[in-house]
Design a protein around this ligand. Structure first.
Ligand code: MV4
Length: 594
């Protein structure tokens, strides 16, 4: 087993991996961006190294910086978590070239599964069918029409290098084929840098059921059970569970065997997930995720296995300590993904900010995997997942009631969370009966009664505390001089311990606009305010332009989502206060309409 493992991630998944490292006697190495200097994963790890930077690209996706920390720390392996480098074959190869183990599959398997056409072909090679479709790149709308005439409408056009529903178009009839192909190709090119698309029959009310597998480097692969992830909105999962409700065991067995066949067809080892669409008693291969997934704890609860432990063991070359016949699944587990989003009216607006209070649920078979504690800040630059609440019960109804109890016990203040939406889902008769599908949250669930939580306090500082500033101080340790960096409250003038006089300031100036209008203030008065903290991606109007009420004035990116900021009234733009690239706080005025 490895002596030291670097965890190339942040938040709850970094915490998750660090905990298992501790249990296995492995020294854990955390890495952190400037915003995460005091994050929970940094506090829990045995060692922590700065990557610098704020955005993901500057920090957790900075290959050079991470390679530097691997060398500096002497880590023998890297656990990538999910997201970031977890499905990046070039990164896996780069660290392998340094003699360091990537805790994941072979790079070739990442590549095969990273392209949806080649993954369809690999699954076919393993004898597993995808949704009826063509495993070829589309070159014209006529090919879409020919497919629709043969297999029936609607059809789905999908991006070969896509993900999360981006670059996917549902085509209801022949007359829309050409324009749908063009717009799918454009979106794919913009989002993924590759425009290739292919076509499949479109299933209208499928369930998303995925199968957990794990394989070792000796060629043993077992399946550990399915997860139903049909509760989604905008391709973001809200609730996952295992086993899938109303799912016959003979289908489970067949799906498990199919998932193992797909894994073997691409030479897979490590934990992995094979996704299927399930409709009318049939399942179809969708894609394979070559990493540990967010929702892995529900499988851990029903199998009693620590998936991170087994990832580390197989990465170290150990054979799996169990066979398919050894795997037992007991009871039922459900997970709620608690995101920093305001679910009021079903809108799920990002809600970054400082968590002023976080009280976790406790009790029997109740697990909270969080990346934050009270006082921590959820930054707009990263994923909006705050915590996962996972429960186990002897059956689905016990698990459902336990999760409701635990969600009600969880207290998070300072930011809005998705907890009210989870409760609405868990109490709904369709969910209770297991009758939901992938489109249920968006098309059937009524969240119009969900209220906005109490307004978040100003994000910059807690209770008038001064913001932290960097100071360099020289210290001596055993007679040896070291220059250390300190992050201290910006109160002036400060005489630091080592005698250096830090040049104080009166605290960071607040943007004038933020001071002028509170969150949500001045609506309709012609001042266009942003609803949340974020970065301006694009300004869509110019001074002097006439705008309609409801017209988009600029595009705001917050927590990986783009949102239009709209004019509240018709008129003429008299002032634009932002440009692309500016960061803004909730309530900042971006434009004025007269
Ligand atoms: C589909 C589909 C229906 N038919 N493919 C959306 C994201 C991408 N990973 C696959 N997706 C879908 N592919 C065919 N042929 C419906 C979806 C889909 C979906 C799938 C899984 C979970 C949630 C979803 C929500 C909307 C659409």
């Amino acid at each position: 087993m490895f002596g030291k493992v670097l965890v190339a991630n942040r938040g709850e998944i970094a915490v998750r991996v660090i905990r298992t490292c501790r249990e296995l006697g492995i020294t854990s190495v955390a890495v952190f961006s400037d915003l995460d200097r005091d994050a929970l994963h940094v506090r829990l790890a045995d060692e922590a190294y700065s990557l610098g930077g704020q955005t993901a690209a500057e920090s957790y996706l900075n290959t050079e910086a991470i390679l530097g920390v691997i060398k500096q720390s002497g880590a023998e392996a890297v656990h990538p978590g999910y997201g970031f480098f977890s499905e990046n074959a070039d990164f896996a190869r780069a660290i392998n070239a340094e003699g360091v183990t990537f805790v994941g599959p072979p790079p070739e398997a990442i590549e095969v599964m990273g392209d949806k056409i080649s993954s369809r072909l690999a699954a076919e090679k393993g004898g597993v069918a995808g949704v009826p479709g063509r495993s070829e790149v589309l070159t014209s709308g006529d090919e879409v029409i020919a497919f629709g005439e043969e297999f029936g409408w609607p059809v789905a056009i999908k991006a070969a290098y896509g993900g999360g529903g981006r670059g996917m178009r549902v085509v209801p009839s022949a007359d829309q084929a050409a324009s749908a192909l063009e717009s799918a190709q454009n979106e794919a090119l913009k989002g993924f840098g590759r425009s290739e698309c292919y076509v499949e029959r479109y299933l209208t009310w499928p369930r998303h059921i995925e199968m957990q597998v794990i394989g070792d480097t000796q060629g043993n692969t077992v399946w550990l059970g399915e997860r139903d992830c049909s509760c989604q909105r905008r391709h973001q999962k809200l609730i996952e569970e295992s086993p899938a409700p109303n799912f016959p065991d003979e289908i489970r067995q067949a799906m498990g065997a199919a998932a193992v066949d797909v894994s073997k067809a691409c030479g897979y080892y490590n934990a992995g997930t094979v996704e299927f669409l399930y409709q009318d008693g049939e399942f179809y291969f969708l894609e394979m995720n070559t990493r540990l997934q967010v929702e892995h704890p529900v499988t851990e609860f029903v199998t009693g296995l620590d998936l991170v432990e087994h990832q580390l063991r197989v990465a170290a070359g150990e054979p799996l300590p169990f066979t398919q016949d050894d795997i037992e699944r007991r009871g039922h587990s459900i997970e709620a993904r608690i995101n920093a989003e305001n679910p009021a009216k079903g809108r799920f607006l990002p809600s970054p900010g400082t968590i002023t209070k976080f009280v976790r649920a406790d009790g029997y078979a109740t697990r909270t995997d969080a990346g934050y504690e009270s006082g921590d800040t959820v930054s707009q630059y990263y994923d909006n997942l705050v915590a996962k609440l996972i429960v186990w019960g002897q059956d689905r109804e016990h698990a459902r009631r336990r999760l409701i109890r635990a969600l009600e016990e969880t207290e998070i203040e300072g930011i809005a969370t998705t907890i009210p939406a989870h409760l609405a889902i868990l109490e709904h008769p369709d969910f209770i009966n297991g009758e939901h599908s992938t489109k249920w949250v968006e098309e059937r669930l009524d969240l119009s009664q969900v209220e906005a939580p109490k307004a978040a306090p100003a994000p910059e500082t807690e209770d008038g505390e001064a913001p932290l500033v960097e100071r360099q101080v020289d210290v001596e340790v055993d007679g040896r001089r070291h220059r250390v960096r300190l992050w201290v409250p910006d109160v002036a003038p400060v005489v630091a311990a080592a005698g250096a006089v830090a040049q104080g300031g009166g605290g960071r100036p607040r943007p004038a606009a933020a001071a002028a209008a509170g969150a949500g203030g001045s609506a309709g008065a012609g001042q266009v305010a942003v609803p949340m903290q974020g970065t301006i991606v694009k300004v869509l109007v110019a001074q002097g332009d006439a705008v309609e009420a409801g017209q988009a004035v600029c595009v705001l990116e917050a927590m990986k989502m783009e949102n239009n900021v709209n004019a509240e009234k018709a008129g003429t733009i008299s002032e634009i206060r932002v440009k692309a690239g500016d960061t803004v706080s909730a309530g900042d005025i971006v434009a004025v309409i007269e």
